[in-house]
Design a protein around this ligand. Structure first.
Ligand SMILES: Nc1ncnc2c1ncn2[C@@H]1O[C@H](COP(=O)(O)OP(=O)(O)O)[C@@H](O)[C@H]1O
Ligand SMILES: [Mg+2]
Length: 147
C-alpha cells in the first residue's frame, strides 16, 4: 500500500537505486493510477532535472542520466506489433533500462517474462494499492508492501 504521493516517490527512489541496464519495469493500472508519477519519481531520483512529460503522444522519451540511460514508454496508443517494433524497445534495453506504461497494449511476451511488473490501483485519499511481480532480486524493494 502506498499511503500518498510521497510514498510513491519514495518507492521510485528505491527502484532507481536498484535499476541497471537491461531492466524493464512494466507499469500497469488504469488512467490516473499513478504510472507516470512513479516513472517520474524514478527519473528524478536518477538526477533528471528536465521536464518529464507523459509519453502518451511521443510514445517514448529517452533520458541520459549519469548512472544509465532510461527510456520511458507509453504503449497506450500503440495499435499493432509493427508499431511496437518501430519503438525500439529491444535497443532501449541494450542501451539502458526501460519504464513501460500500458504493457498490456503490446509488450512482447518474452519481455513481459523478464519484467518487474508493478500494478497500481487508485483507492481513496491518494492511497494506491500496489502489487509487484517479477525477478526475485526485486523482492527486498517490495517486502515492506507485503502484509
Ligand atoms: N499515491 C499516489 N501515487 C501516485 N499518484 C498519486 C497518488 N496520490 C494521488 N496521485 C495523483 O494521481 C494522478 C496520477 O496520474 P498519473 O501518474 O499521470 O497516472 P497514470 O500515468 O497512471 O495515468 C496524479 O495527478 C497524482 O498527483
Ligand atoms: Mg501515464
Amino acid at each position: 500500500m502506498l499511503t500518498d504521493e510521497s510514498a510513491t516517490r519514495e518507492l521510485g527512489a528505491v527502484i532507481a537505486g536498484a535499476l541497471v541496464t537491461g531492466d524493464l519495469i512494466a507499469l500497469s493500472g488504469d488512467l490516473g493510477a499513478g504510472k507516470t508519477t512513479l516513472a517520474r519519481a524514478i527519473l528524478r531520483s536518477l538526477g533528471v532535472a528536465e521536464e518529464v512529460p507523459s509519453p502518451t503522444f511521443t510514445l517514448v522519451q529517452r533520458y541520459r542520466t549519469q548512472k544509465l540511460t532510461v527510456s520511458h514508454f507509453d504503449l497506450y496508443r500503440v495499435e499493432n506489433a509493427s508499431e511496437m517494433n518501430e519503438l525500439g524497445l529491444e535497443d532501449a534495453l541494450d542501451e539502458g533500462a526501460a519504464l513501460v506504461e500500458w504493457p498490456e497494449n503490446g509488450l512482447p511476451a518474452r519481455l513481459q517474462l523478464e519484467a518487474l511488473t508493478i500494478c497500481l490501483t487508485a483507492l481513496d485519499h491518494g492511497r494506491r494499492e500496489i502489487r509487484a511481480s517479477g525477478p526475485a532480486r526485486w523482492r527486498p524493494v517490495f517486502i515492506k508492501d507485503i502484509s
